[in-house]
Design a protein around this ligand. Structure first.
Ligand code: IMP
Length: 193
């Protein structure tokens, strides 16, 4: 079964391939497709669906897409769908360490540190057929960055059950616990009979 993955992220493709061994995963780059749709949806699911639909229109075969980010309760769910662009207002895209520092400043001494990574995943199976799921990885925002693994906001999100931040987890464990892995496993149950 060929499934296209509407992403340029090779790291995500490897993660997904381990969870969906039945699928032959292809990304736009494999076919020389220049794919960079505007991710201007209001929700993670909007963005996952718009990416999947955009690639489906080109390849006419099943397409999977995801969209993810960090939602912090005390910030009203921000940075949310704008996680990759958080802090952009400063005039340029910040790197991950700067972005994390900005989030810590914005949260200040706030006592409610509850936050989660969220991942929406959608599979367009045909013109009028799609499956969609959304999963989370729940944690708390620390008062400083900790750990050097992973990427993005990983050094900020502490997982009480693991006693570590996501950036302190071995890669294989993160790939089992993550919002993306949970969403991919849930989607697999829907599509593999
Ligand atoms: P996208 O789904 O690849 O567009 O991810 C959007 C942004 O959310 C990334 O640039 C990261 O800042 C953040 N993000 C998503 N997943 C993770 C994760 O597993 N760890 C850390 N940051 C993440």
């Amino acid at each position: 079964m060929v499934i296209w993955f509407a992403s340029g992220n090779e790291h995500k493709r490897v993660e997904l391939a381990a969870i969906l061994p039945e699928a032959e995963l292809r990304i736009p780059e494999d076919a020389g497709i220049d794919f960079a749709p505007e991710e201007d949806g209001e929700t993670f699911l909007d963005n996952a669906l718009l990416k999947a639909r955009a690639l489906y229109r080109i390849v006419s075969e099943p397409v999977l897409a995801d969209d993810s980010g960090l939602c912090v309760d005390a910030l009203g769910g921000r940075p949310g769908v704008r996680s990759a662009r958080y802090g952009e207002e400063c005039g340029r895209l910040l790197d991950a360490v700067e972005r994390n520092a900005l989030l810590l400043r914005e949260l200040g001494a706030e006592r409610n540190r509850a936050a989660r990574f969220v991942c929406a995943m959608a599979l367009i199976a045909g013109e009028h057929r799609f499956f969609a799921v959304q999963e989370t990885l729940e944690g708390e925002i620390l008062r400083e960055q900790r750990g050097s693994g992973g990427f993005g906001y990983d050094p900020l999100l502490y997982l009480p059950a693991q006693g570590r931040t996501v950036a302190e987890l071995p890669a294989q464990l993160k790939n089992r616990l993550s919002h993306r892995a949970k969403a991919a496993r849930a989607l697999r149950k829907l599509i593999i009979k």
